[in-house]
Design a protein around this ligand. Sequence first.
Ligand code: KG4
Ligand code: ZN
Length: 347
Amino acid sequence: MYILGIESSCDETAVAVIEREEQDRVMAEKIKSQVPLHARYGGVVPEIASRNHYEVIDYLTVEVLKEAGITIDDIQAIALTLGPGLMGSLLVGLSFAKGLAFANKLPLVAVDHVMAHIESAFIDHPGIQYPLVALVVSGGHTTLFYQKSKFQTEVLAKTRDDAAGEIMDKVAKFYGLGYPGGPILDELYKQGDPHRYAFTFPKMSDGSDDFSFSGYKTAAIRHPAGKNANPDYKDFKDLLASFLNSLVDYLLAKTRSAVENTGPQSLIVAGGVSRNSLLREKFIRAFTGSSTKLYLASPRYCTDNAAMTAWLGYEKYRSYPGINYFDRYLNSYSRASFSYRGSKSGR
Ligand code: KG4
Ligand code: ZN
């Protein structure tokens, strides 16, 4: 079965063709990053993002089909990121996918972007066992999930303010280091002393397990070592390294306690920040020999991509055969979305 995946939730337009069943593989994918367009603003400008999605989405689709060596007539379903994300950007993907599905009489499967990040780990690790805990850590999300099965999802902890990637981006922007901040800090980390400055782990006053990152951001931008924000200056390099080191330790400590509390078979770490080399190293070290097996999303599927959208789209298409996707894709979205702990109504 061939599935076309379309992703346009933020600042990457991505299209992929995957094959499932006879073989499970990504046949072709294209990602048009808008980073150069947003870099001068130090963050994503929604209006620019949607216009650029609109400009490239059809072209990318033609290119991906060509690279896969098939035509739209060979495609059996279209999977699309319906949310969460920037509304204008999402609407470009939705309108395009809906038109394509309509014209070719294809089922349209709407996919949750955050769930697709969890699914990204399955592309290269098909043997992942449930139940599992998943940490999705990106520019828009920092959430710990518990999944009994693929479509039974509970939120264990989520950020109350910024996401982990977002504060890396904001701190890098504040110090004029460039955009996006995550990969820049990943590089600069290697030059500093990660134990020079201490950052305290945030604690929720109501005792909840949720994350909070805004205190980290304030501490990093008000730190005396940031006075001379020159990447050649030792104190500044030590500040950036200590900041990243503590942030990764915080993510690890929260994940470890979620794993201890729930005892899952597997642990997935996915999303843009999971590409971070320090994070990967520390998680691998922490879970080597553990009864919970760690699966890190492959680096190329950590940041936004359409292969993960198509991968989850296929699973959803197979799991909800009764749904007429062509007419009711919005209903299928809410049926398969996840519920928050203690909430019956879901999200
Ligand atoms: O998953 P993603 O592409 O988009 C969202 O769904 O948010 O994640 C983007 C985020 C950005 O904040 C970026 O700074 C961060 O992922 N990121 C990294 C690295 N590569 C991307 N953070 C730390 N280290 C990296 N190597
Ligand atoms: Zn994402």
